[in-house]
Design a binder for this molecule. Structure first.
Ligand code: PGA
Length: 253
C-alpha cells in the first residue's frame, strides 16, 4: 500500500520569520493529525530552506527545494546544486514546475538533467508535468504529458526512476481557482501510470506516486485524492495557510 504524499510549494512567498513559523505549525499539527500515514513535505524559497530544515529536523515533515541545478559545483552564478541541498537537510526537489517551464523557459532537456542530478545527489525529485489550456482544448493532453514524461526521464533506469514522484499539474488549474474535476485528473493519472508501465514495468508503475496539483483546497482534496490513481497532492496557494494545508493532509489519510 502506497503512503499518500502531500507537498506544499510555497513558491516566492513567506519571509525569514513566517517561513519557520509556518513550517513549525505544520510539523506539530500534522504529526497529531495524520501520524505516519502520510508523507508530508514543504518546499520553501531557497533562502529560507536551511532555517526551515533546521526547525523541522526532529519532525516527520520533510523539506524540498523548488528547483535545482544539474552541475555539482563550479562557475554557475546563482545556481544551487543537489549536494548543497542535501547538505542542509533537503530531501526532495521539484523539477520542471510549470512556472519554470512557462515563465522561466526551462526545456524538457534541462529538466531531464535536473532530475538525473537530483537522483545522483541523493535527492528525491518530484517531476511536474501538465498541459496548457490550449493544449487541453486541442485534445493534446496525453501527447504533451507523454513528451514531458519521456523526455524528463530519458536515460534513467527503472531503479533510478523509483526515486521519483510525478506531479500532474494542468497549467490551466494552477493558481487560477480552476481545478480539474476528479474524473479529469483521474483520466490523466491513469494514462501516466500506464505510460510508466510501458516505459518501465508494471510494478514500478504501481509503486510510483503520482500527485495532482492545481488549485487543491480543503474542499476538493478528498474527492481528488479519493481517485484510484491519485496518490496525493502538490499544493501551492493553500499550503501557505497552515489550517488549509493541514486539512488537505487530513483528507489524504
Ligand atoms: P496552486 O499551485 O495550488 O496554487 O494552484 C499548485 C502548484 O503550482 O504546485
Amino acid at each position: 500500500m502506497k503512503k499518500p504524499f502531500v507537498a506544499g510549494n510555497w513558491k516566492m512567498n513567506t519571509d525569514s520569520n513566517s517561513s519557520v513559523e509556518l513550517g513549525k505549525c505544520i510539523a506539530s499539527a500534522s504529526l497529531e493529525a495524520a501520524g505516519h500515514d502520510v508523507t508530508v513535505a514543504v518546499c520553501p524559497p531557497f533562502v529560507y530552506l536551511q532555517a526551515v530544515a533546521r526547525a523541522l529536523s526532529a519532525s516527520s515533515v520533510a523539506v524540498g527545494a523548488q528547483d535545482i541545478y544539474y552541475e555539482p559545483k563550479g562557475a554557475f552564478t546563482g545556481e544551487i546544486s543537489a549536494s548543497m541541498l542535501k547538505d542542509i537537510g533537503c530531501t526532495y526537489c521539484l523539477c520542471g514546475h510549470s512556472e519554470r517551464r512557462h515563465v522561466i523557459g526551462e526545456t524538457d532537456e534541462l529538466i531531464n538533467k535536473k532530475v538525473a542530478a537530483g537522483i545522483g545527489g541523493g535527492l528525491l525529485p518530484i517531476l511536474c508535468v501538465g498541459e496548457l489550456r490550449a493544449e487541453r482544448e486541442a485534445s493534446q493532453t496525453n501527447e504533451v504529458v507523454t513528451r514531458q514524461m519521456k523526455n524528463g526521464l530519458a536515460g534513467l533506469s527503472a531503479e533510478k526512476v523509483s526515486a521519483v514522484t510525478i506531479a500532474y499539474e494542468p497549467v490551466w488549474a494552477i493558481g487560477t481557482g480552476l481545478t480539474a474535476t476528479p474524473q479529469q485528473a483521474q483520466e490523466v493519472h491513469d494514462f501516466i501510470r500506464k505510460l510508466l508501465g510501458q516505459m518501465y514495468d508494471g510494478r514500478l508503475a504501481e509503486e510510483i506516486r503520482i500527485l495532482y496539483g492545481g488549485s487543491v483546497k480543503p474542499d476538493n482534496a478528498a474527492d481528488l485524492m479519493g481517485q484510484r490513481d491519485i496518490d496525493g497532492a502538490l499544493v501551492g496557494g493553500a499550503s501557505l495557510k497552515a489550517d488549509d494545508f493541514l486539512a488537505i493532509i487530513q483528507a489524504a489519510v
